[in-house]
Design a binder for this molecule. Structure first.
Ligand code: SF4
Length: 382
């Protein structure tokens, strides 16, 4: 394995970026090398298939935010273990999946079957499986509004389903837990922590058999395939979905287009594909237009509403301040008072207007830049 190196301008040799160490360590973590499907790999079925079929990674990404998330995650879970006595980072294995449950808060009856030192300080009323997710401020509104994503739900349901069916894995360091046998998980909890300001948001709900079966079925489908390309891409690709931007199988999945050309162009092979893409574009445009109309009406209605919380949403206002710009005449006066020459530049707008007014062609030069390409779609003439 070739170690990643990081360089920074103006830094003496021998003082490498700390990210060199972080990336190399990250590449050696079991999660980064595995061929067995971890429950946290359930974000995309094709990506999961690349893992279980042992496909070589085609892309290396920096992923600094993900590494920072790993550090925070590990620190918080370790403190929860020490302070609350929760079972953290325990391994579960079963149904083709191997994963690490962030935290399990045992109930009184289950905890009583463990040695005293392994019992939680405060038992839960029912066994609760917890998943801790760190999120950036940019995604925080989404977290508050919608909670866990489909992939996050799938992941935690897999952990909970394996615990209910097989219990904790029989491994060194968790033998006493494995001896408990199947664990009667009754509640799922997501704990979201904002990486930028430490805000915390908890989402809890009862374990749902149907959701768990759907998660296990999803894994079965992945395990059955011989070629990952038999499974659909669950995301829209680089530039459109962050999960693809950082996917280690990005090139294997999408191929490569020419410089500056979106790889999604490779999905279009013939005129039927072109017709379908245009129909999708028109459909999206119609939805966008309808959505804008809904927003405009709502915005007009609340124009005089005071900031506050109304139902599930909070309203605040920003802007409305006087717009300031440099006062040219005051600056000229200041220059003159100081005896400094006032810079004179040709007034291009006035010159263009004058030439046009006189009917003289405005001389143009090539800037080397290109205008943005815009798309126009209209009904085909029959
Ligand atoms: S590039 Fe995107 S669609 Fe393809 S395997 Fe990776 S995550 Fe899935």
């Amino acid at each position: 394995m070739t170690a990643l190196t990081a360089t920074r301008d103006g830094v003496a040799p021998g003082a490498p970026s700390i990210w060199t160490a972080a990336h190399n360590a990250d590449r050696r973590r079991p999660r980064s090398r595995q061929t067995e499907l971890g429950a946290s790999d359930t974000v995309c079925s094709r990506r999961a298939a690349y893992i279980v079929t042992g496909a070589a990674r085609t892309d290396v990404h920096e992923g600094r935010a993900a590494i920072l998330g790993t550090y925070l995650h590990a620190g918080m879970l370790e403190d929860a273990r020490k302070e609350f006595g929760w079972q953290v980072e325990r391994t579960v294995v079963g149904d083709g999946v191997r994963g690490h449950v962030d935290a399990v808060q045992l109930d009184q009856a289950t905890a009583a079957r463990l040695p005293k030192a392994m019992r939680p300080l405060v038992p839960a009323d029912v066994v609760t499986v917890e998943d801790v997710k760190t999120k950036s401020l940019r995604k925080w509104d989404y977290v508050l509004r919608y909670g866990a994503t489909k992939a996050e739900l799938r992941q935690v349901y897999l952990y909970a389903a394996i615990l209910r069916k097989h219990g904790f894995a029989d491994l060194r360091g968790q033998k006493a837990l494995a001896r408990l046998g199947p664990i009667d998980v009754q509640r799922i909890r997501f704990r979201f922590v904002c990486r930028d300001n430490g805000a915390e948001h908890v989402q809890e709900f009862a374990f749902d058999e149907l959701e768990a079966s759907a998660a296990l079925f999803w894994v079965d489908r992945v395990l059955e395939v011989e070629d990952p390309e038999e499974l659909p891409r669950d995301h829209d690709g680089p530039g459109l979905a962050a999960v693809c931007d950082y996917c280690p199988w990005l090139t294997a999945c999408w191929g490569q287009a020419g410089p500056g050309i979106p790889v999604q162009t490779l999905l279009v092979k013939d005129d039927d594909d072109r017709a379908q893409a245009l129909a999708d574009y028109v459909r999206g445009h119609e939805q966008e237009t309808a959505g804008k109309a809904v927003k405009k009406l709502a915005r007009a209605k609340i124009d005089q509403t005071k900031a506050g919380t109304y139902g599930p949403n909070s309203l605040s206002w920003s802007g409305g301040n006087p717009v300031k710009r440099p006062d040219e005449q005051a600056m000229v006066d200041l220059y003159e008072d100081a005896g400094v020459l006032v810079p004179m530049a040709p007034d291009v707008n006035a010159m263009v207007a004058f030439l046009k007014g006189e009917g003289i062609a405005v001389p143009m030069r090539d800037t080397g830049a290109k205008t943005a390409r815009s798309i126009n779609v209209s009904p085909a003439r029959t």
